[in-house]
Design a protein around this ligand. Structure first.
Ligand SMILES: [Mn+2]
Length: 138
C-alpha cells in the first residue's frame, strides 16, 4: 500500500502523463510545490516499489502496477470533487477538502460515495430535493 505522500506523487504523475504524455521531475516539483530533490528521492522510492521505472536522463515511465494505482487515485480525487460539488460545498473549498480527506478513506467508503454520486446523477430532482433541505437548514 502506498503512503499518502506516495499517493500524491502517483496521482500527479498519472495526470501529467495523461495530459502531456510525459512527467518530468521539474513538472512534478512544480505541480506539487516541492523541491526537485524531493521529487527525485520519491521517484527513486516509487521505482524501488515497482510503480515506475526511472532513468535519470530518459525520464520516468509508469509500470502496469503504477498505471493501475495512478488511475484509481485520479478517479478517487475526481469522484470526491464531484461528491462535494453535488452536496453543495462551496467551490473555493472543494480542492483543499479533497486533498485533506482523499488518503484517509477506505476503498469501501469511496465505492459507497460513488453510489451516492450515481444516485444524484441519475435523477437531478434528487439534487433539487437536497437543495430544498439545505435552504430550510440555512
Ligand atoms: Mn489529490
Amino acid at each position: 500500500m502506498p503512503t499518502p505522500s506516495m499517493e500524491d506523487y502517483l496521482e500527479r504523475i498519472y495526470k501529467l502523463i495523461e495530459e502531456k504524455g510525459y512527467a518530468r521531475v521539474s513538472d512534478i516539483a512544480e505541480a506539487l510545490e516541492v523541491h526537485p530533490s524531493s521529487v527525485t528521492k520519491m521517484v527513486q522510492k516509487l521505482d524501488k516499489k515497482e510503480y515506475l521505472v526511472y532513468e535519470k536522463y530518459r525520464g520516468l515511465v509508469l509500470t502496469t502496477k503504477g498505471k493501475k494505482v495512478g488511475k484509481r487515485l485520479v478517479y478517487r480525487h475526481e469522484l470526491l470533487e464531484d461528491f462535494l460539488d453535488l452536496i453543495g460545498v462551496d467551490h473555493t473549498y472543494i480542492y483543499n477538502d479533497v486533498e485533506g480527506i482523499e488518503h484517509h478513506l477506505s476503498w469501501d467508503a469511496i465505492d459507497r460515495i460513488g453510489d451516492v454520486v450515481q444516485y444524484f446523477q441519475e435523477n437531478r430532482d434528487r439534487v433539487d430535493t437536497l437543495k430544498e433541505i439545505q435552504k430550510n437548514n440555512a
